[in-house]
Design a protein around this ligand. Structure first.
Ligand SMILES: Nc1ncnc2c1ncn2[C@@H]1O[C@H](COP(=O)(O)OP(=O)(O)O)[C@@H](O)[C@H]1O
Ligand SMILES: [Mg+2]
Length: 487
């Protein structure tokens, strides 16, 4: 462990200037030796001192040495690994007094240790400093982002994790400029990746449903910010493409505003009188499905004696998607009537609570979209809100984001000008825990058309059965007394 010095600036520089300085020193010595040689030569000629001192060998050695050392300096600078480059830049910005001394170190105190690790496209910079206040160590986002220059100027801190014991802070840095432009582009429905447990937001960014702790999702953002499109492209189309499983999987889509979604088959909207009883029935059916699937899983576990997850039994995700969540709440009667005791806002909220909090283990997931981010804290029951481990804010601003995330989680995100489909998101799946920027996929085909086609295919068997039933009913219709009278 070495001590911090407020005067030794060279100590915190990269090896290049140190090696170069050594090379220059050798060159200087060579020069001095050469001068001495010339002086001696002149003196010798004048005074004829017989004993000659030959310094040419020393001069040559010193000169070659200095050239070699300077070459090493250039090589060192050229070949220094990214990890070491980043380490030096960060260390200098923390220790070199000319950089403002952000850790408020005093003469003789222990220096911070900087450890850089590469993982994929990202680097983790671990800062440990016993002499500094932990608060100061965990408040270095701007200092670290600012220290990354030249080749790394596109890099910035994107996540931060504090050690539980308060020993060190890990800062994750990555190239945010190239990250900013990345987006998946789907030309046809075949391009959409589908996996029972992974939701792909981008080719290299996915939410892992098998590891997510609270698996309900809230997608927030102003009107036309891309909420519905994002949910269709990342959640609905992939799971619809997989088709139904043998456990009665469902894709229930609710469009309370009777907008574009409601034109697709099997999408539920309020009827012309604003009645939503059939929607409540569908949600109740979804909850029943959840209970049945849970029973199936439980008995499979009992039989084999080992715990099973829904996807291990071959279940596909079942989705209950409520678009524009705030609008549907207003459509339910605040109080149940005597004739329909089960038709009320509280019945709806009760079902949502159950699905949100207990659905994950049966592969039944709730997705809510809302134009007002404040619903994240206000309009949503706290049980449902807490169950929303997947959080997305489209066309985000810090102002709205504070309803969805704690101030601490938002420290690392920067506001920019965003367009539709751009979002901040997080998921408590161990991969996406910190809030990050992502562009949702761009679709080169009509998403509503594709959704209609897939929904029709998804429920084709059910529709066939339904048609067969109505055909059979028509065929064997029992003549009513009226018919007899007429006849
Ligand atoms: N990922 C995206 N990439 C590019 N444009 C998008 C994206 N998502 C949405 N848009 C554009 O924004 C418009 C509004 O999207 P929509 O999903 O209807 O917003 P919201 O549901 O938030 O009102 C779409 O018609 C589309 O033109
Ligand atoms: Mg919408």
């Amino acid at each position: 462990m070495s001590m911090w010095s407020s005067t030794n600036r060279l100590k915190y520089m990269t090896p290049t200037p140190k090696i170069a300085l050594f090379g220059v020193l050798l060159l200087l010595l060579a020069g001095i030796a050469k001068t001495i040689e010339i002086v001696l030569f002149v003196v010798n000629q004048r005074f004829h001192i017989l004993q000659m001192i030959d310094l040419s060998f020393v001069v040559r050695i010193l000169f070659i040495g200095s050239v070699l050392v300077l070459l090493v300096a250039v090589l060192e600078c050229r070949c220094r690994s990214d990890v070491r480059n980043i380490k030096h830049s960060v260390r200098q910005s923390l220790c070199d007094p000319a950089f403002g001394n952000p850790l408020h170190l005093r003469e003789g105190e222990i220096e911070p240790s900087v450890l850089v690790m590469k993982n994929g496209q990202e680097y983790t910079v671990r800062i440990e400093c016993m002499s500094a206040d932990f608060e100061a160590v965990s408040d270095l986002e701007t200092v670290i982002s600012g220290s990354l220059k030249n080749k790394y100027s596109a890099y910035a801190v994107v996540a931060k994790e504090e050690d539980i014991a308060g020993c060190y802070v890990d800062y994750t840095i990555k190239d945010v400029v190239s990250e900013y432009g990345k987006q998946s582009l789907y030309h046809t429905i075949n391009d959409i990746p589908c996996d029972a447990t992974k939701v792909y937001v981008r080719d290299d960014v996915y939410i892992d449903y098998s590891r997510v702790l609270n698996s309900s999702a809230i997608v927030s953002g102003r009107s036309r910010s891309g909420k519905t499109t994002a949910i269709i492209s990342t959640f609905l189309l992939p799971f619809l493409k997989m088709g139904r499983d043998g456990f009665g999987s469902e894709m229930i889509i609710i469009d309370p505003k009777s907008a574009e979604l409601s034109l697709c088959p099997h999408v539920l909207s309020p009827d012309e009188n604003g009645n939503v009883e059939h929607i409540l029935d569908a949600i109740r059916r979804f909850n029943q499905l959840r209970i049945m699937r849970q029973r199936t899983i439980n008995s499979a576990c009992k039989e084999s004696g080992v715990p099973h997850k829904w996807f291990e039994l071959g279940m596909h995700p079942s989705i209950l998607f409520i678009d524009e969540f705030v609008s549907i709440q207003d459509l339910f009667p605040k109080k149940a009537s005597k004739e329909k005791p089960d038709y009320s806002l509280s019945a709806f909220q009760g079902l949502l609570r159950q699905i949100a909090t207990q659905g994950a283990s049966a592969g039944c997931f709730l997705i809510l979209s809302t134009a007002e981010a404040s619903v994240g804290t206000g309009g949503l029951e706290s049980a449902v809100n807490n169950a929303c481990g997947i959080r997305v804010l489209m066309k985000p601003s810090k102002e709205e984001a504070r309803y969805l995330w704690s101030a601490e989680k938002l420290e690392v995100v920067r506001e920019r000008r965003y367009s539709a489909g751009d979002a901040w998101f997080s998921a408590d799946d161990g991969i996406n825990n910190s809030v990050r920027f992502v562009k949702f996929p761009k679709l080169e085909f009509g998403e509503y058309e594709a959704l209609s086609k897939l929904l029709t295919a998804y429920y084709a068997d059910e529709d066939d059965a339904h048609n067969a039933r109505s055909a059979a009913n028509e065929h064997c219709a029992v003549p009513s007394p009226d018919d007899e009278e007429n006849a």
